[in-house]
Design a protein around this ligand. Structure first.
Ligand SMILES: [Fe+2]
Ligand SMILES: [Fe+2]
Length: 166
């Protein structure tokens, strides 16, 4: 990961990366091969790479909102075995639960962040995102998941896990 991407991740995502919820995400498995935290970091990193490509085409993006959305989009999965009856229920309900978590972590309601998280499962769910940040998130989520399944995590070597929890 290049230094600029690391700096932006830490600048925009600081309060998320340091939160208890994100630290818990290092203990929750995702797609059987990753943790929710590593996957979320991968999605944030891919999102920033997409932003750099779009910049060359003079397409501007609200990067802070996008990074917060990426880091929080799957935090609703935390505790899935206790909360959801099965994978289908997890798939349909975790975006809403992630929105509850992002509100509590940032202390605000942000329509761009919330719409991006609510619709990040598109096109598995019928409604597409309203904002370009949401489209970038859905694309980055799929790219990161595909890379993870090929054993090439975009977040390899990047960790914000607290030492005491190691
Ligand atoms: Fe998700
Ligand atoms: Fe995801």
């Amino acid at each position: 990961m290049n230094e600029e991407i690391r700096r932006l991740l830490e600048e925009y995502g600081e309060e998320i990366l340091e939160s208890e919820e994100f630290q818990k995400a290092y203990r929750q498995k995702h797609h059987k091969i990753m943790t929710v935290a590593d996957h979320s970091l991968g999605v944030a990193i891919i999102s920033l790479r997409i932003c750099r490509l779009l910049e060359k085409m003079h397409i501007n993006v609200h990067e802070k909102e996008l990074i917060i959305s990426a880091l929080c989009h799957d935090l609703g999965i935390l505790g899935r075995d206790e909360k959801y009856k099965n994978d289908l229920e997890c798939c349909s309900r975790h975006p809403k639960d992630s929105i509850d978590i992002v509100r509590s972590l940032t202390g605000e309601e942000n329509r761009r962040v919330e719409d991006s998280i609510r619709r990040h499962m598109w096109p598995l769910t019928p409604r597409p995102p309203k904002y370009r940040e949401g489209f970038i998130l859905t694309a980055a989520d799929k790219i990161s998941s595909t890379m993870e399944r090929m054993g090439k995590s975009p977040a390899a070597g990047v960790s914000y896990k607290r030492k005491k929890d190691l």
